[in-house]
Design a protein around this ligand. Structure first.
Ligand code: MD3
Ligand code: FE
Length: 224
Protein backbone atom coordinates (compact mmCIF):
# COMPACT_ATOMS: atom_id res chain seq x y z
CA UNK A 1 0.00 0.00 0.00
CA UNK A 2 1.32 3.43 -0.94
CA UNK A 3 1.45 6.35 1.51
CA UNK A 4 1.54 10.03 0.54
CA UNK A 5 4.10 11.44 3.00
CA UNK A 6 3.65 14.97 1.64
CA UNK A 7 1.98 16.29 -1.52
CA UNK A 8 3.81 14.52 -4.36
CA UNK A 9 6.01 12.39 -2.08
CA UNK A 10 4.76 8.80 -2.29
CA UNK A 11 6.25 5.87 -0.37
CA UNK A 12 5.67 2.35 -1.77
CA UNK A 13 6.90 -0.05 0.94
CA UNK A 14 7.96 -3.43 -0.45
CA UNK A 15 7.46 -2.37 -4.07
CA UNK A 16 10.12 -4.89 -5.19
CA UNK A 17 9.54 -8.45 -4.00
CA UNK A 18 12.54 -10.61 -3.07
CA UNK A 19 12.87 -12.01 -6.61
CA UNK A 20 12.83 -8.51 -8.14
CA UNK A 21 15.38 -7.33 -5.56
CA UNK A 22 17.68 -10.20 -6.48
CA UNK A 23 17.27 -9.41 -10.19
CA UNK A 24 17.97 -5.71 -9.61
CA UNK A 25 21.00 -6.51 -7.42
CA UNK A 26 22.43 -8.71 -10.20
CA UNK A 27 21.79 -5.99 -12.79
CA UNK A 28 23.47 -3.38 -10.56
CA UNK A 29 26.48 -5.68 -10.01
CA UNK A 30 26.91 -6.04 -13.79
CA UNK A 31 26.63 -2.26 -14.23
CA UNK A 32 29.28 -1.63 -11.56
CA UNK A 33 31.68 -3.97 -13.36
CA UNK A 34 31.43 -1.64 -16.37
CA UNK A 35 31.30 1.60 -14.34
CA UNK A 36 33.14 1.11 -11.04
CA UNK A 37 32.06 3.14 -7.98
CA UNK A 38 33.87 6.46 -7.54
CA UNK A 39 34.17 8.78 -4.55
CA UNK A 40 32.46 12.09 -5.26
CA UNK A 41 33.96 15.25 -3.75
CA UNK A 42 32.43 18.49 -2.57
CA UNK A 43 32.76 21.42 -4.96
CA UNK A 44 35.53 23.87 -3.97
CA UNK A 45 36.71 22.05 -0.82
CA UNK A 46 37.26 18.63 -2.39
CA UNK A 47 35.99 16.95 0.79
CA UNK A 48 35.05 13.36 -0.09
CA UNK A 49 31.46 12.13 0.26
CA UNK A 50 31.00 9.14 2.56
CA UNK A 51 28.71 7.64 -0.11
CA UNK A 52 30.32 6.06 -3.19
CA UNK A 53 28.53 6.47 -6.50
CA UNK A 54 28.14 5.24 -10.02
CA UNK A 55 25.52 5.81 -12.72
CA UNK A 56 23.67 4.11 -15.54
CA UNK A 57 21.91 5.59 -18.55
CA UNK A 58 22.76 8.29 -21.12
CA UNK A 59 23.73 10.74 -18.36
CA UNK A 60 25.32 10.38 -14.94
CA UNK A 61 25.53 12.76 -11.99
CA UNK A 62 29.05 13.56 -10.78
CA UNK A 63 30.55 15.93 -8.23
CA UNK A 64 34.14 17.12 -7.92
CA UNK A 65 36.07 20.30 -7.06
CA UNK A 66 34.61 21.93 -10.18
CA UNK A 67 30.99 21.41 -9.15
CA UNK A 68 27.95 19.19 -9.60
CA UNK A 69 26.88 18.21 -13.10
CA UNK A 70 25.48 15.52 -15.37
CA UNK A 71 27.86 14.07 -17.95
CA UNK A 72 27.85 11.27 -20.52
CA UNK A 73 31.12 9.66 -19.36
CA UNK A 74 32.43 7.98 -16.22
CA UNK A 75 34.84 10.47 -14.55
CA UNK A 76 37.65 7.90 -14.16
CA UNK A 77 37.30 5.40 -17.02
CA UNK A 78 36.14 7.98 -19.59
CA UNK A 79 33.66 5.44 -20.93
CA UNK A 80 29.91 5.96 -21.40
CA UNK A 81 27.67 4.77 -18.55
CA UNK A 82 26.09 1.31 -18.94
CA UNK A 83 22.38 0.87 -19.67
CA UNK A 84 19.83 1.53 -16.94
CA UNK A 85 19.01 -1.78 -15.19
CA UNK A 86 15.83 -3.21 -16.78
CA UNK A 87 14.20 -3.80 -13.39
CA UNK A 88 14.72 -0.12 -12.49
CA UNK A 89 13.36 1.00 -15.86
CA UNK A 90 10.24 -1.11 -15.28
CA UNK A 91 9.75 0.58 -11.89
CA UNK A 92 9.92 4.01 -13.57
CA UNK A 93 7.30 2.95 -16.13
CA UNK A 94 4.97 1.76 -13.37
CA UNK A 95 5.51 4.59 -10.89
CA UNK A 96 6.64 7.81 -12.57
CA UNK A 97 3.49 8.79 -14.47
CA UNK A 98 5.77 10.50 -16.96
CA UNK A 99 5.70 9.94 -20.74
CA UNK A 100 9.46 9.81 -21.35
CA UNK A 101 12.10 7.42 -20.02
CA UNK A 102 14.64 8.43 -17.37
CA UNK A 103 17.98 9.76 -18.64
CA UNK A 104 20.02 9.12 -15.50
CA UNK A 105 20.13 6.40 -12.87
CA UNK A 106 22.34 7.48 -9.97
CA UNK A 107 23.59 4.56 -7.88
CA UNK A 108 24.46 5.46 -4.27
CA UNK A 109 26.50 2.92 -2.28
CA UNK A 110 26.46 3.29 1.50
CA UNK A 111 28.83 1.48 3.81
CA UNK A 112 27.35 1.05 7.32
CA UNK A 113 28.74 4.40 8.51
CA UNK A 114 27.91 6.45 5.40
CA UNK A 115 25.31 9.21 5.41
CA UNK A 116 24.00 11.91 3.11
CA UNK A 117 23.46 15.42 4.42
CA UNK A 118 20.28 17.40 3.87
CA UNK A 119 20.18 18.70 0.28
CA UNK A 120 17.94 19.49 -2.69
CA UNK A 121 18.15 17.79 -6.09
CA UNK A 122 18.11 20.69 -8.50
CA UNK A 123 20.77 19.99 -11.14
CA UNK A 124 18.07 18.85 -13.57
CA UNK A 125 16.49 21.13 -16.17
CA UNK A 126 13.06 19.52 -15.87
CA UNK A 127 11.39 19.63 -12.47
CA UNK A 128 8.05 18.50 -13.93
CA UNK A 129 9.38 14.93 -13.99
CA UNK A 130 9.50 13.06 -10.70
CA UNK A 131 12.50 11.26 -9.24
CA UNK A 132 11.96 7.55 -8.54
CA UNK A 133 14.07 5.99 -5.77
CA UNK A 134 14.65 2.25 -5.16
CA UNK A 135 16.35 0.91 -2.04
CA UNK A 136 18.36 -2.30 -1.63
CA UNK A 137 20.36 -3.68 1.29
CA UNK A 138 20.32 -2.42 4.88
CA UNK A 139 17.52 -0.21 6.25
CA UNK A 140 18.15 3.54 6.40
CA UNK A 141 16.70 6.53 8.22
CA UNK A 142 15.51 8.92 5.50
CA UNK A 143 14.78 12.52 6.52
CA UNK A 144 12.75 15.03 4.53
CA UNK A 145 11.57 18.57 5.13
CA UNK A 146 10.21 21.40 3.03
CA UNK A 147 11.37 23.83 0.38
CA UNK A 148 13.55 25.74 2.82
CA UNK A 149 16.48 24.20 4.66
CA UNK A 150 15.15 25.43 8.00
CA UNK A 151 11.69 23.89 7.52
CA UNK A 152 10.71 21.16 10.02
CA UNK A 153 11.63 17.61 9.00
CA UNK A 154 10.13 14.13 9.40
CA UNK A 155 11.93 10.81 9.23
CA UNK A 156 10.95 7.41 7.92
CA UNK A 157 12.77 4.14 7.60
CA UNK A 158 13.52 2.94 4.06
CA UNK A 159 13.87 -0.83 3.64
CA UNK A 160 15.13 -3.10 0.87
CA UNK A 161 12.52 -3.13 -1.90
CA UNK A 162 10.93 0.20 -0.98
CA UNK A 163 10.25 2.73 -3.72
CA UNK A 164 9.75 6.47 -3.27
CA UNK A 165 8.36 8.78 -5.93
CA UNK A 166 9.27 12.43 -5.45
CA UNK A 167 7.29 14.74 -7.67
CA UNK A 168 4.88 17.63 -7.85
CA UNK A 169 5.06 19.99 -4.90
CA UNK A 170 7.77 17.82 -3.26
CA UNK A 171 10.23 17.73 -6.15
CA UNK A 172 12.50 20.36 -4.55
CA UNK A 173 12.23 19.46 -0.88
CA UNK A 174 15.30 19.11 1.32
CA UNK A 175 16.12 15.49 2.17
CA UNK A 176 18.96 13.26 3.32
CA UNK A 177 19.96 9.97 4.92
CA UNK A 178 20.90 10.21 8.61
CA UNK A 179 22.06 6.66 9.24
CA UNK A 180 21.81 3.00 8.34
CA UNK A 181 20.45 0.31 10.63
CA UNK A 182 22.11 -2.98 11.32
CA UNK A 183 19.87 -5.74 10.02
CA UNK A 184 20.67 -9.09 11.57
CA UNK A 185 18.07 -10.87 9.48
CA UNK A 186 18.62 -9.68 5.90
CA UNK A 187 17.57 -12.16 3.21
CA UNK A 188 20.40 -13.51 1.07
CA UNK A 189 19.06 -11.46 -1.85
CA UNK A 190 19.36 -8.28 0.23
CA UNK A 191 23.06 -8.64 1.05
CA UNK A 192 24.40 -7.74 -2.42
CA UNK A 193 27.76 -9.48 -2.15
CA UNK A 194 30.22 -8.01 -4.60
CA UNK A 195 28.32 -4.71 -4.58
CA UNK A 196 28.27 -3.74 -0.90
CA UNK A 197 30.29 -4.38 2.24
CA UNK A 198 28.39 -6.31 4.94
CA UNK A 199 25.60 -4.13 6.33
CA UNK A 200 25.74 -1.73 3.37
CA UNK A 201 22.93 -0.14 1.40
CA UNK A 202 22.33 0.74 -2.25
CA UNK A 203 19.89 3.37 -3.51
CA UNK A 204 19.05 3.98 -7.16
CA UNK A 205 17.44 7.23 -8.29
CA UNK A 206 15.95 7.52 -11.75
CA UNK A 207 15.80 11.03 -13.17
CA UNK A 208 14.90 13.15 -16.16
CA UNK A 209 17.68 15.65 -16.73
CA UNK A 210 16.75 17.63 -19.84
CA UNK A 211 13.43 19.25 -20.55
CA UNK A 212 11.14 17.09 -22.63
CA UNK A 213 8.96 18.85 -25.21
CA UNK A 214 6.63 15.91 -25.63
CA UNK A 215 7.37 15.76 -29.36
CA UNK A 216 9.89 14.04 -31.56
CA UNK A 217 12.34 11.28 -30.83
CA UNK A 218 14.57 10.97 -27.80
CA UNK A 219 17.94 12.05 -29.26
CA UNK A 220 20.29 9.87 -27.22
CA UNK A 221 18.11 6.88 -26.37
CA UNK A 222 17.47 3.66 -28.27
CA UNK A 223 13.97 3.36 -29.78
CA UNK A 224 12.99 0.10 -28.10
C1 MD3 B 1 13.43 14.00 -2.34
N1 MD3 B 1 19.41 9.77 -2.32
O1 MD3 B 1 20.60 10.51 -4.61
S1 MD3 B 1 16.48 8.54 -2.00
C2 MD3 B 1 20.03 11.41 -3.95
O2 MD3 B 1 18.72 7.14 -0.15
C3 MD3 B 1 19.40 11.06 -2.66
O3 MD3 B 1 20.43 7.55 -1.39
C4 MD3 B 1 18.93 9.31 -1.03
O4 MD3 B 1 18.93 11.92 -1.99
C5 MD3 B 1 19.37 7.89 -0.85
O5 MD3 B 1 19.94 12.58 -4.32
C6 MD3 B 1 17.46 9.47 -0.88
C7 MD3 B 1 14.92 9.38 -1.91
C8 MD3 B 1 14.93 10.69 -2.62
C9 MD3 B 1 15.58 10.82 -3.83
C10 MD3 B 1 15.52 12.01 -4.53
C11 MD3 B 1 14.79 13.08 -4.05
C12 MD3 B 1 14.24 11.74 -2.12
C13 MD3 B 1 14.15 12.94 -2.82
C14 MD3 B 1 14.67 14.27 -4.78
C15 MD3 B 1 13.92 15.30 -4.28
C16 MD3 B 1 13.31 15.19 -3.05
FE1 FE C 1 18.76 13.73 -3.21
Amino acid sequence: MATELAPGLIHHPGFLDPAARQRLADEVAAGLDAAPPFVPRMPRTGKPFSVRMSNAGPLGWVSDRNGYRYQTMHPETGRPWPAIPPTALAAWTTLAGYPAPPEACLINLYDPAARMGLHQDRDEADFSAPVVSLSLGAPALFRFGGLRRADPTRSIRLLAGDAIVIGGASRLIFHGVDRLYQATDLLAEDRLPGVLPAGGRCNLTLRRVSAWTGRGVEPSLPIS
